[in-house]
Design a protein around this ligand. Structure first.
Ligand SMILES: Nc1nc2c(ncn2[C@@H]2O[C@H](COP(=O)(O)O[C@H]3[C@@H](O)[C@H](n4cnc5c(=O)[nH]c(N)nc54)O[C@@H]3COP(=O)(O)O)[C@@H](O)[C@H]2O)c(=O)[nH]1
Length: 546
């Protein structure tokens, strides 16, 4: 009874296609279907009129028979009548089958591995978890499709990537993640037509080969349905889960006449869909190829940049509003490339994060900044940015500790800036790392505050030393009432929590005066100084008193 009320409450709050809540019988039914999908054989149960009333995914993948409402699948009718002992799969191969008469005139049809044609293993052709076709089958189908006469070749290749699936897996565990994947597959299957193929390529990546003569309209309609359906709420073992899907679509022959080229085009379109904010679909466009090549060239240059010593660290002053003295500097990475010129970290840091170079760059910036700051006159603080990716590196605390030891910098002079996204994933582990860093004696600042999702909760979860107010609010403060109100609220929060506040991107005296009037403790921005090379730090210190 209690469970009913809880579920009814969830239903009222969330809505979605998985509600009303599933009963125990429905859950058992799900488990049975999942078990059937995992059996090392393909099977179906035929009604007396040869209508398949149940089939596992392997059977559907191989034969794709007419759906239950349609009694007319001729192969199944012949099989039920005992006229044939084999079935032809969608790729044209004949598969020997066994039949067993069940009660009520039903027939159990099974295709087992041992009865597969020579050289073919049923379990090797489908995904073990979800039962749908695997990459091998997908490629075969693409090859077949591309070999068809042009008028029959109308198809669209979809590549799908689930949004936020990793968070579910990481926070709730793989068992829930696996169940969620099976539910996603159910929805994909329910959305496609009989002639379409659903395949799992691994992890949370899926593909659909859609057959329709109405391209691109049919692909667009299916993509819209998929984004809507996959994005609806799921209830898995009492967990309410919300994920989304990003989709890239390639249309043959324009986007590829070879399977690999077609897959690549769909992949580039998927990449663009993710780049544009996820939860959407994109068709491949030729321009994506040029961009991908430019991006590959950037990656190659970035990989070489270390060996060629093209990185530098610039420093931007931070000033106390109480006495207008410099209290510290932020270390900002710079990449000086002989042909590209000075590449902005806004452009290369995300690429470095994606290709796994960020920890190396981050460590180098940290050590360089600590070494240079240790040589400055006075005891100004040095702030260094930490990428969220660096938190998945198990040696982060040791790296910081080694940088302090090697440089001789006093720990209290080092401030590590993290963004809210660090706390988004795997919060318990991240908090443990933050506490260990704090134990070293370093300060921890929350960067770009106000741009994330649940800023207030994060401020409660860890005793930050400083909050940096994102420069977008400072820029808009004089003209936009909402930004001014947000700045005021963040400063007020800092005062109440005893955390200092640094306004980023201060460019005018007007902004400075308003920030001081509101009680902001420090500022950073072009008004004081642009980021400068190490050799010019002394000049900044001479210009602005310390
Ligand atoms: N993980 C790491 N991230 C890094 C590192 N070095 C930089 N970054 C991040 O890259 C983003 C872009 O940095 P950058 O181009 O250096 O821009 C910084 C300032 O130059 C800019 N700024 C400062 N004052 C002003 C101003 O008055 N006007 C204006 N238009 N821009 C200004 O703001 C950036 C400082 O940002 P923040 O770190 O949020 O304080 C940026 O997100 C860097 O964090 C690195 O080593 N690792």
């Amino acid at each position: 009874m209690e469970e009913f009320f809880e579920d009814a409450l969830i239903e009222a709050v969330v809505g979605g296609d998985e509600f009303p809540p599933r009963s125990l019988a429905a859950t058992a039914h799900d488990a049975l279907l999942e078990a059937c999908d995992r059996l090392p054989c393909a099977f179906a149960i035929l009604e007396p009129d040869a209508r398949p009333s149940m089939m596992n995914s392997a059977f559907r993948t191989l034969f794709n028979p007419s759906v239950p409402v349609d009694a007319g699948d001729p192969d199944l009718v012949r099989l039920a009548g005992g006229d044939v002992r084999s079935l032809r799969s969608v790729d044209g191969r004949a598969w020997p089958v066994s039949t067993v008469r069940l009660g009520g005139g039903r027939i159990l049809v099974t295709v087992e591995d041992r009865s597969a044609p020579a050289g073919t293993d049923l379990t090797e052709r489908r995904d073990a978890l979800t039962g749908v076709a695997n990459r091998v089958v997908l490629k075969e189908r693409i090859v077949q499709m591309l070999a068809e006469p042009e008028q029959d070749r109308q198809a669209a290749l979809f590549l799908l990537d689930l949004d936020r699936f990793k968070t579910v897996n990481d926070t709730l565990g793989h068992a829930i993640g696996d169940k969620l994947l099976c539910r996603v597959v159910e929805r994909l299957r329910s959305t496609v037509r009989k002639d379409d193929l659903v395949a799992r390529l691994g992890g949370d990546e899926f593909a659909i080969l859609q057959r329709s003569s109405r391209q691109p309209e049919a692909a667009k309609a299916l993509a819209q349905r998929l984004v809507d359906l996959v994005g609806r709420t799921y209830l898995v073992d009492d967990h309410i889960l919300n994920i989304g899907v990003s989709i890239g679509i390639a249309l043959p022959p324009a986007d590829g006449t070879e399977p690999d080229r077609l897959l690549k085009s769909a992949d580039l379109a998927l990449y663009r869909a993710k780049e544009e904010g996820r939860g959407r679909f994109r068709f491949f466009e030729q321009e994506m190829d040029a961009r991908a090549q430019a991006r590959r060239a950037l990656e190659l240059d970035l990989r070489r940049a270390f060996a060629l010593r093209q990185f530098e660290v610039f420093y931007q002053a931070q000033m106390s509003l109480q006495d207008r003295r410099i209290v510290g500097f932020e270390a900002l990475a710079r990449w000086r490339h002989p042909q590209r010129g000075m590449v902005s970290p806004a452009d290369f840091i995300p690429v470095a994060e994606e290709i796994g170079l960020i920890s190396q760059i981050g460590e180098w910036v940290l050590l360089t900044a600590c070494r240079e700051a240790a040589r400055w006159p006075g005891s100004h603080r040095i702030a260094v940015n930490l990428s969220p990716i660096q938190f998945s590196n198990p040696g982060l605390v040791e790296t910081v500790s080694a940088a302090l030891a090697t440089s001789g910098l006093a720990p209290e002079r080092l401030e590590l800036e993290i963004t809210e996204s660090v706390l988004l994933d795997n919060t318990a582990a991240t908090l443990a790392i933050l506490h260990r860093l704090r134990t070293l004696g370093v300060r921890i600042a929350m960067d770009d505050f106000g741009t994330g999702y649940s800023s207030l909760g994060y401020l409660r979860s860890f005793p930050f030393d400083k909050v940096k107010i994102d420069q977008s609010f400072i820029r808009d403060m004089p003209t936009d009432g909402d930004s001014a109100a947000i700045v005021k609220a963040i400063i007020g929060l800092g005062v109440s929590l005893g955390i200092s506040t640094t306004a980023e991107g201060v460019e005018t005296e007007e902004q400075l005066n308003r920030l001081r009037a509101e009680g902001c403790t420090d500022i950073q921005g072009y008004l004081l100084s642009k980021p400068v090379p190490a050799a010019e730090v002394a000049a900044v210190l001479n210009r602005i008193p310390t």
